[in-house]
Each structure stands twice: as structure tokens, then as C-alpha cells.
Ligand binder design. Structure first.
Ligand SMILES: *[C@@H]1O[C@H](CO)[C@@H](O)[C@H](O)[C@H]1NC(C)=O
Length: 214
């Protein structure tokens, strides 16, 4: 579901941002779509019960591991009655998920950009007219940029979507109307995906990993 909706939403956002440059920058569009889908897949798959990212802590765990283990899932998490989170633990939730998103984003982009470059080179080999105009997408720069983007932008946006909009606004408001609750959460998350793709194109142009073609 996540990946299927993601493809349409991201392609729509790429079109919205690039318009007349969409075809000229199709290699970027393709790389962006592939790496975003791989990142989505990793994020949905990683927390699945078969591979727990938050296993019970070993008794030998160091103080840093212990600190992050006690941080909430979300910086804005509502604490159960009788418990509370300190400001440092809430910041810890952002740092912990941010570092995870950096790894996921960089890995997804290494694969996505690698696949795109392999396809560009394959086409260059058979289509001599294409050889002059096509450039490879810079692998390392794009991947680090995408990792940073996910650790900062995607991380903060998701903290707000899950912790503020869903948990603190929509859930209390609609706890008796589960269908509406699901529909609104779905709309908010899809909107966030669209916004995220728009912002990524701006950021990729701003950092210079995707230069505007004219
Ligand atoms: C942070 O990571 C945990 C563990 O994977 C996850 O359950 C949680 O939803 C994440 N929170 C945010 C705001 O990304």
C-alpha cells in the first residue's frame, strides 16, 4: 500500500516541481522514485515483527544504548499516566530516529542511483545519440544528500505527523469514528509524502546534486 501510493504521489510531485524540465530530467525523476521506494520499503519492513529494531536491552548494554532505549518512539509522545519523558529523552528520540533514517536514506540512494546509472550506461551503449546528452547521477553526493535529507526533513516532518497531528489531534477527536480517523491519517501521510518529494527536489537543486537543465 505504502509503496503503491508512494509511486503516484512522488511522480505527481516530481511533475509539479519540474514541469517543462520533466523529460529532460527524467534520469533524476527515475533515481528519486527508485530510492524513495526502496527507502519506503526498508522503513515498512524494518520495524516488522520478524526483525525487531528495539529488542530487549542486553544487561551489558552501555550507558548510551540505555539512554536511547528509554527515549520515547516519538518526540511528542503522550506519556502514559505515572510516567514522563524528560526534554533530553524527547530530543534523544529525534537523534535516534534521525541516525536510523540517515542509514536508510543513504543505502536506498546508493541502490537507487546505482540502478539509474547502470540503465543510463546500458542505453548509452546501444543508443549513440543518447551518449552525448546523458550524464550519470553523482552516486556518493546524491546518497549522502539523501541520507541527510531523510535524517532532518523526513524525520522532523514524521515526528510532527505521528506525534502531534495523529496522536494529539486526530486520535482524541475521532476515537469513536475509526473510519474517519484512518481516512484522515491516510490523507495527512499522503500529503506529507507529496510535500517531502517537492522539498527533496528543491534541496537536491540547492545542494547541486541535481542541477536544473536548460
Ligand atoms: C522511531 O523509530 C521507531 C522504531 O523503529 C518507530 O517505531 C517510530 O515510529 C519512529 N518514530 C518516528 C517519529 O519516526
Amino acid at each position: 500500500m505504502e509503496c503503491g501510493v508512494g509511486i503516484f504521489t512522488k511522480t505527481a510531485a516530481e511533475w509539479e516541481r519540474r514541469r517543462e524540465n520533466f523529460m529532460k530530467e527524467l534520469d533524476f525523476v527515475f533515481a528519486d522514485a527508485v530510492m524513495a521506494i526502496i527507502a519506503d520499503f526498508m522503513l515498512v519492513w524494518l520495524p516488522a515483527p520478524t526483525v525487531s529494531l528495539r529488542p530487549p536491552l542486553a544487561v551489558t548494554a552501555g550507558p548510551i544504548a540505555k539512554f536511547f532505549h528509554r527515549c520515547p518512539d516519538n518526540a511528542f509522545q503522550v506519556a502514559l499516566s505515572g510516567t514522563s519523558y524528560s526534554l533530553l529523552q524527547r530530543i534523544g528520540a529525534i537523534v535516534r530516529n534521525g541516525s536510523k533514517l540517515f542509514v536508510v536514506g543513504t543505502t536506498a540512494s546508493l541502490v537507487g542511483t546505482g540502478v539509474t546509472n547502470a540503465l543510463i550506461n546500458a542505453r548509452k551503449a546501444v543508443d549513440k545519440n543518447f551518449a552525448g546528452e546523458a550524464e550519470e547521477v553523482p552516486l556518493i553526493e546524491t546518497s549522502v544528500a539523501y541520507g541527510v535529507y531523510m535524517a532532518v526533513s523526513s524525520n522532523l516532518r514524521y515526528q510532527i505527523v505521528a506525534g502531534v497531528i495523529e496522536q494529539r489531534i486526530l486520535e482524541p477527536l475521532l476515537h469513536n469514528q475509526k473510519l474517519w480517523l484512518s481516512a484522515l491519517c491516510f490523507a495527512v501521510r499522503t500529503g506529507n509524502t507529496f510535500l517531502g518529494s517537492l522539498l527533496w527536489v528543491d534541496y537536491a537543486r540547492w545542494t547541486g546534486v541535481q542541477k536544473i537543465r536548460d
